[in-house]
Design a protein around this ligand. Structure first.
Ligand code: SF4
Length: 447
């Protein structure tokens, strides 16, 4: 059995159902009327099992149309996984281990942490300073737009090309998962399309794009979509900040034109949950404990000429934007200094093994329970089970005063075990991210 309904028609139905309360109501009362108003080509009863409200499925029955749609979605995701998997193989060992430890840390701290463990990206490059949109929910609290790095000015194009070459040399093909915005909107830069073409030449696919500024110039958005169709890569995203924008996009673009564009349904009426970082934590909306920061790696600003090493966190007191900065430097001579920054991170931050002089203490939110001979290192969102005898000995001695070497020596003497085995067990625990503490923010400078 096959379904004649095209998956992008289902996609359009579900977007409207999720974002527009009137559509939701009418879809239940008189579905045929509402889909003909929007020109959606499907039979609503064929996808009833996909309608969702308040995260719970209304119908259990699977139909050919809905199976066809979910298969289509899975195929799209597989393309993205292909590139994400390279993060497990291409990255230099020490950077990869550091990212794993941070991902394990975040998995125990945030509601979305486990789901995002394998989806934290290695770099982002901002092509402007600040953002012209000013979304109330901005998880990164982007300040107002101050400057834009035009491709042809200040040697920006040449420097950008050198930066992405350096990133490719260091990160490998997995660098294709990097992207060109952060607390910025890509379309604030009139030359964004030139930058993605440079990126495409270097990595073989363009970077993923998310923009809320698509509505400012529909012609540009249309040309951008056409350009992207020539390049391949994964899907792009247009943010929808109001019902008005939702209706504009439905009028301006057909379902098939947006088949490779996801709509990020951020309008207040949408059923989508937001993370509580940045400005979103001040909104009286349904949020979950988490950060929107999706980079565990390098954040570069071409306009400000600086680079940071960052990783997501939920310590909003110390890091209100939802990511901690582990190191940063100005890039007066970007081509030379970016390489030096990688080396600095390798030497001082990415340490693959525990420093034996390190005083061991667990992350603050971890508490320990003992169950049938195994230790459970628990947080609100994770449970790390420790069964190995030596690892249990180590955990039971961690008290915030003993160093790694002191613990290793004590256990090896008491139990007559080779110290190398104890150190190996300590490093196994280290990999789980249980010792990962966030850096302190820089002290405010007073003039
Ligand atoms: S969410 Fe994106 S578009 Fe909106 S203010 Fe923040 S950076 Fe700008």
């Amino acid at each position: 059995m096959t379904s004649k309904t095209q998956p992008w028609e289902v996609k359009r139905f579900l977007e409207l159902f999720t974002a527009d309360p009137e559509f939701r109501e009418k879809a239940v009362q008189s579905p045929n009327n509402i889909i003909s108003r929007y020109g959606i080509q499907l039979v609503p009863s064929e996808i009833q099992d996909l309608w969702q409200e308040s995260q719970s499925r209304l119908f259990d029955r699977r139909t050919d149309t809905s199976i066809n749609y979910t298969n289509w979605c899975t195929k799209r995701r597989q393309n993205a996984y292909h590139w994400l998997q390279k993060l497990d193989t291409d990255l230099p060992s020490s950077f990869r281990h550091w990212r794993n430890r941070q991902a394990n840390r975040y998995a125990g701290q945030a509601a979305d942490g486990f789901a995002r463990r394998k989806r934290l990206l290695p770099f982002a490059i901002e092509l402007s300073e600040g953002c012209s949109i000013g979304c109330q929910y901005c998880g990164l609290s982007a300040p107002k737009l101050k400057s834009v790095a035009r491709y042809e000015r200040n040697n920006n194009g040449t420097i950008f090309n050198s930066i992405i070459q350096s990133l490719k040399n260091y990160i490998g093909e997995a660098g294709a998962t990097g992207f060109l915005y952060w607390a910025t909107d890509p379309f604030d830069n009139p030359d964004y399309e030139k930058y993605i073409q440079s990126f495409n030449r270097e990595f073989g696919i363009p970077p993923q794009t998310t923009t809320a500024a698509w509505v400012k110039n529909i012609d540009r958005t249309r040309q951008f979509i056409e350009l992207r169709e020539t390049m391949g890569g994964t899907w792009d995203r247009l943010s929808i900040n109001s019902l008005k924008e939702l209706h504009i996009i439905m009028q301006e673009f057909s379902a098939i034109e947006l088949k490779d564009i996801d709509l990020v349904l951020q309008n207040p009426e949408s059923l989508k949950t937001k993370s509580c970082a940045g400005r979103a934590k001040d909104l009286s909306i349904n949020t979950q404990l988490g950060s929107i920061a999706c980079v565990s790696g390098f954040l570069i600003n071409l306009s400000q000429r600086n680079i940071k090493l960052i990783s997501p966190c939920i310590d909003f007191e110390r890091w209100p934007q939802g990511y901690a900065v582990y190191a940063e430097t100005e890039l007066d001579d970007p081509i030379k200094q970016i390489q030096e920054f990688f080396e600095h991170c390798e030497k001082t931050i990415f340490n693959e093994s525990l420093d034996i002089e390190k005083i061991l203490s667990l992350r603050e939110e971890i508490y320990i329970t003992n169950h049938e001979g195994q230790l459970n290192l628990k947080t609100q969102y994770a449970n790390i089970i420790v069964k190995d005898k030596i690892e249990k000995e180590i955990v039971s001695r961690i008290n915030g005063t003993l160093s790694v070497s002191e613990i290793v020596s004590e256990i090896s003497k008491t139990n007559e075990i080779n110290p190398g085995l104890v150190l190996h067990a300590a490093n196994t625990l280290y990999e789980k991210g249980i010792f990962e503490k966030l850096p302190n923010p820089p002290l405010l400078q007073y003039a």
